[in-house]
Design a protein around this ligand. Structure first.
Ligand SMILES: [Cu+2]
Length: 385
């Protein structure tokens, strides 16, 4: 490189430092061309050099004092595999959700009768879930204030809490939501980032609480909605570490937990949940999956056998554009993804963790039944065996 080029680079770098110091000294950072509405407050925060990202992705916030409750007919919770409808409003609101903690004994492999002490969450006042895991899916819009209340019924035995990966604040709300049996706690948290996020109990021996089933997903819709889908589903992958696969009540196998060797890897809380109750779509449908990998320990290699992921919002980061046309998407433990598939021909699409030991032997398998007319332009059996 020529000497003059070095000098230019050096002067440029010095200039950048001077500008950055100036911005920092005069406190100009944080005003990233915010809209001038009276009740809008800038959210942008300075980074160490005193600069802000020009494309800061968090929204400008309507002050809490100006926020109204979300419309009464807007749905914010659903039990797997259902999703609440997308949030269609364009303003920020307060979204209220109330969970009860579940402690129960449930069949985690109903076909063989393997039972386990399942802990989890349910919508307060909703007595339909008995297993409690995965917890209900929550849906809100980015910029909303999430007012979350958790009650641990007096009949329970253990304290619990919730760490929301969608929440910015100490422990994702964990410390503030510790509830002993008989207690109730409430937090308010601004949902700064859109996406699909895990939540889980983070009390005491955290892996033990998650191993008993204390996890779920929260979907934060982006300001610019995703392209519409015809059907939406909520699917959670998770692991059980039982000391037996015999019928009857099994115990947590601590050695297996330490070795990260689950006896079961399941979708939606128990073995067979999505094979005994296949998801149903029609030819022509775009089906969207809000998928959370609760772990505890294994990454998921999420694949639709006999189809493709037409769109993948990697890591569930829906602010970013999707990649298109994928076969298998990697979902880390404690992560999520949003994936679309299109029903092109009538068939049974098989959802698996393509680490196939988990699918064939441990339960990480589910069905999507596509109904409609054959299309030989896409698939045709030429000669039967
Ligand atoms: Cu817990």
């Amino acid at each position: 490189m020529k000497e003059s080029r070095w000098v230019t680079l050096l002067l440029g770098a010095l200039g950048g430092v001077v500008i950055a110091l100036g911005l920092w000294a005069f406190g100009d950072v944080g005003d990233n061309s915010a809209p001038a509405a009276a009740d809008t407050i800038p959210n942008q925060v300075p980074v160490a050099t005193g600069t802000v990202w020009e494309d800061d992705i968090t929204p400008f916030l309507t002050s809490k004092a100006s926020l109204e409750l979300a419309p009464a007919d807007e749905v914010h919770v659903a039990n797997a595999p259902d999703m609440p409808p997308p949030i269609t409003r364009t303003d920020q609101r307060i979204v209220e959700v109330h969970f009860d903690v579940v402690e129960n004994v449930a069949a985690i492999d109903p076909a063989t009768g393997v039972e386990f002490e399942t802990w989890g969450y349910k919508i307060a006042g909703d007595d339909t879930p008995v297993i409690g895991t995965p917890g209900p899916v929550i849906r809100a819009r980015v910029g909303d204030v999430f007012r979350f209340t958790v009650t641990n019924p007096e009949s329970n035995t253990h304290p619990h809490n919730v760490d929301f990966h969608a929440v910015t604040g100490q422990g994702g709300g964990a410390e503030a939501t510790v509830v002993a049996p008989g207690e109730t706690a409430t937090i308010e948290a601004r949902l700064l980032y859109p996406g699909v996020f895990m939540y889980h109990c983070a009390f005491g021996d955290v892996p033990e609480h998650i191993a008993h089933g204390m996890y779920g997903g929260i979907v934060v819709d982006p300001e610019t909605p995703l392209p519409a889908a015809d059907k939406e589903f909520y699917v959670v992958q998770s692991e059980y570490y039982t000391d037996s696969l015999e019928p009857g009540l099994t115990e947590l196998d601590r050695d297996a937990l330490l070795d990260e060797e689950p006896s079961m890897v399941v979708f939606n809380g128990y073995k067979g949940s999505l094979t005994e109750n296949p998801l149903a779509i029609d030819v022509g449908d775009r089906a969207r999956f809000y998928f959370v990998n609760a772990g505890i320990d294994l990454d998921s290699n999420f694949h639709p056998i006999g189809s493709h992921w037409d769109a993948v919002w990697q890591e569930g980061a829906t602010y970013s554009p999707p990649i298109r046309g994928s076969q298998t998407t990697l979902v880390p433990a404690g992560g999520g993804v949003v994936v679309d598939l299109v029903g092109y021909v009538p068939s049974r699409i098989i959802l698996v963790d393509h680490a196939l030991t988990r699918a064939f032997y441990k339960g990480a398998i589910g069905f999507v039944d596509v109904a409609g007319s054959e299309n030989p332009e896409i698939f045709e059996v030429v000669t039967e065996p």
